[in-house]
Each structure stands twice: as structure tokens, then as C-alpha cells.
Design a protein around this ligand. Structure first.
Ligand code: NAD
Ligand code: ZN
Length: 341
């Protein structure tokens, strides 16, 4: 079968020599409907955040059940499902609580399909356990695939701060790409806070306004922090969600976050932050959440089925994976690209 393989730093190729896997035990073989193209893949491809292994990329996967091992119960061939991405040990306390994104054994394991193990940019994906599937009922797997990360990650990050996102508060979203454009919709659906979006191009700022941001600021402007504080007034932003994670965006967040606020860094942009007692307001929670839990993915599916959130999709054939990564690298994908085998 065809697959998009990572061979090492800056070496991704579409091949047609992979065996179609056969599921045993509790394993499930999925016929892939779509696989989302995440910026995290570029950190792997260009920066080598996963090294020393050759594998199939794609950690945002959805499709239809093709075959099951004899231990799988409760599913049938043809069921449409999402694949929960962070594959934990399944046994430790965080995994039992469905938070496999914080599995005790993460440091000893590959992070999941497409992140060191074979992922879903292929015709078929072998999922190691039926526990990792989330049914999507009437949703189309092609459109739904990015819910597994582009929606789940911001959803989980926003849930941590939900009690702070009241109608008299401001929230700043930095980076209106794959994750950020869904964050704006989740904030609109679940909170009353006024949204201030930041990005670096006029079309992304316009995109943010179309998705419910009350204000859109170019974070390249040297006075971006002052522009934000002009909107919030002295109270500043109760929550900052940084989907870039560069030094400049973390510093921007630190300037605009309020006393007792949340500065949440989701982007893996390799930024540095130098703590200084006077450089961060008192009471700020600074955190770097990773992905979300299995039950949160079920809640995300609920939001999508109610049409409260959607992913802006650009569809491409699997064969074009290398070109699509190039487009993402150059900021040419609006919303999320999905590869279709
Ligand atoms: P993307 O490429 O789709 O979007 C990035 C957006 O940020 C683009 O709109 C771009 O114009 C904008 N941007 C770039 N530099 C900026 C700046 N200085 N100020 C404001 N905006 C800027 O990327 P994505 O797939 O949404 O991923 C975003 C980040 O989140 C990546 O670093 C990715 O690796 C990371 N990520 C983290 C997790 C997690 O669990 N923590 C999960 C998935 C992705
Ligand atoms: Zn575990």
C-alpha cells in the first residue's frame, strides 16, 4: 500500500511498498478516510524532534473500520471513527483516566502513530487497541480527521481556563492556523470572553474576524502589546493561548496577561522565556499542555456534530504530501490540509 514515510531529517517520501497490516487481539485495521497535516510534523521533519526511526507520518487520523482482531467488541466493519492520537500504555492512572497524553510511561514510549510509530498517511492504519477509537456517527472521516488534534488540543487547553473565561474578560489567541482557527470557534461556543486574535498576515487576521474574534492584531507590529492593552484596559487579558511558542510570542503573552491569569503555551516553536519576578504579573499560571484526553475527544465530536465547530479543510491526494508540507512550511495552508489516500 501507499504511505508517506519519514526516513530522517528533511527526508520524506511517498512510497508504494508497505504491507497491508493484519489485526490481531484487540487491534483494529482502519481504512483511512483522511489524515491531517499538522505543523508538529514539520518540527519532526525539519528539526528532528523524533529521530532514529523510520515510520509513516500522520497523527490526525479518521476512517472506516476494515478489519478487527478477535478480541474487539462493540464495533463492526464500516463504522466511521477517529483515532485518538497519543497512544499511552493503557494501564497507568492517567491512561485509566483517559489522559493518555500524560501517560506515566511517555518517556519510554514512542508518542503514537505518526510520531515514531506508523501513522495514518497511508491507505490503512493499524490501531493497537480499540480503546483508542472514538465513533463519529454521521460525520465524514475526511472532514473530521483534524478534530483529533487541531480541535482536541485547543479544546483541552481552553478547558483548563474555562472558569476564568467569563463575559467581562479578554482572551488572546496567538496564531490563527490549524489549531488557532479552531480555538476561536471553541471560545465562541463555550465562553463569553472577548477574543483578541494575533497573527502576522492580513488574510489570517481577516480569517480570525470571520471566526468570531472581536479584534485582530498583527503581532509583528512593534507596539502589538500596547494595542492589546488599549483594548483590555488596565485589567489585561485573563487568558493567553499561544499557538506559536516562539520567544517573541511568549514575551508578548507575558506583557498582556493579567494578574492571576493563565499564560498557556501550546505551540512548539522552541521559544525561550526568562523568568523574572517583575516580568510576569503575580498569580499567573504558565503551562505547556500537550494534546488532550480520550473523553475530551468525545466532547469535541459533540461540538462538531452540533455544528458549533468545523475545520476549514484543504483536501489533497496522498501523493502530494511533500508539496503540502512545503505549503504549510511557507504559511500557504489556510485552516488544515487533509491528505486523502
Ligand atoms: P499552522 O502552521 O497551521 O499555524 C501557525 C499559525 O501561526 C499561522 O497562521 C502563522 O501565520 C502563525 N504565526 C507564525 N508566527 C507567528 C507569530 N510570530 N505571531 C503570530 N502568529 C504567528 O500550525 P498548527 O498546526 O496550528 O500548529 C501550531 C503549533 O502548535 C505548532 O508549533 C505545533 O507543533 C504545535 N502543536 C502543539 C500541540 C500540543 O499538544 N502542545 C499539538 C499540536 C500542535
Ligand atoms: Zn499510561
Amino acid at each position: 500500500m501507499k504511505a508517506v514515510r519519514f526516513f530522517g531529517l528533511k527526508d520524506v517520501r511517498v512510497v508504494n511498498d508497505q504491507e497491508k497490516p493484519v489485526p490481531t487481539g484487540d487491534e483494529v485495521l482502519l481504512k483511512i478516510g483522511g489524515a491531517g497535516v499538522c505543523h508538529s510534523d514539520l518540527h519532526i521533519i525539519d528539526e528532528g524532534t523524533v529521530s532514529g526511526v523510520v515510520f509513516t507520518l500522520g497523527h490526525e487520523n479518521a476512517g472506516w473500520i476494515e478489519a478487527m482482531g478477535p478480541a474487539v467488541k462493540g464495533y463492526k466493519k464500516g463504522d466511521a471513527v477517529l483515532v485518538y492520537g497519543p497512544w499511552g500504555c493503557g494501564h497507568c492512572k492517567p491512561c485509566q483516566l483517559s489522559s493518555e497524553n500524560y501517560c506515566d510511561h511517555q518517556s519510554e514510549m514512542a508518542f503514537g502513530g505518526g510520531l515514531g510509530l506508523n501513522g495514518g498517511m497511508a491507505e490503512y492504519l493499524l490501531v493497537p487497541s480499540s480503546r483508542l477509537l472514538v465513533p463519529i456517527y454521521d460525520l465524514d472521516p475526511v472532514i473530521a480527521a483534524p478534530l483529533t488534534d487541531a480541535a482536541l488540543t485547543p479544546y483541552s487547553a481552553i478547558k483548563r481556563s474555562l472558569h476564568k473565561l467569563m463575559s467581562d474578560e479578554f482572551v488572546v489567541v496567538i496564531g490563527v492556523g490549524g489549531l488557532g482557527h479552531v480555538a476561536l470557534q471553541i471560545l465562541r461556543a463555550m465562553t463569553g470572553a472577548t477574543v483578541i486574535a494575533c497573527d502576522i498576515t492580513p488574510d489570517r487576521l481577516e480569517f480570525a474576524r470571520s471566526l468570531g474574534a472581536a479584534y485582530a492584531i498583527n503581532s509583528k507590529d512593534s507596539d502589538a502589546a500596547e494595542q492589546i492593552k488599549k483594548i483590555t484596559g488596565i485589567k489585561k487579558a485573563k487568558v493567553v493561548l499561544d499557538f506559536v511558542g516562539a520567544t517573541s510570542t511568549i514575551e508578548l503573552g507575558a506583557k498582556v496577561v493579567s494578574l492571576n491569569g493563565d499564560l498557556t503555551i501550546i505551540g512548539l516553536g522552541g521559544g525561550k522565556f526568562s523568568y523574572n519576578m517583575m516580568g510576569l504579573p503575580f498569580g499567573v499560571n504558565m503551562s505547556n499542555p500537550y494534546w488532550g484526553s480520550r473523553t475530551e475527544l468525545m466532547e469535541v465530536v459533540g461540538l462538531a456534530r452540533q455544528k458549533k465547530i468545523h475545520i476549514e479543510i484543504e483536501k489533497y491526494p496522498l501523493d502530494q504530501a511533500v508539496e503540502v508540507y512545503d505549503k504549510l512550511r511557507n504559511g500557504k495552508i489556510k485552516g488544515r490540509a487533509v491528505l486523502i489516500p
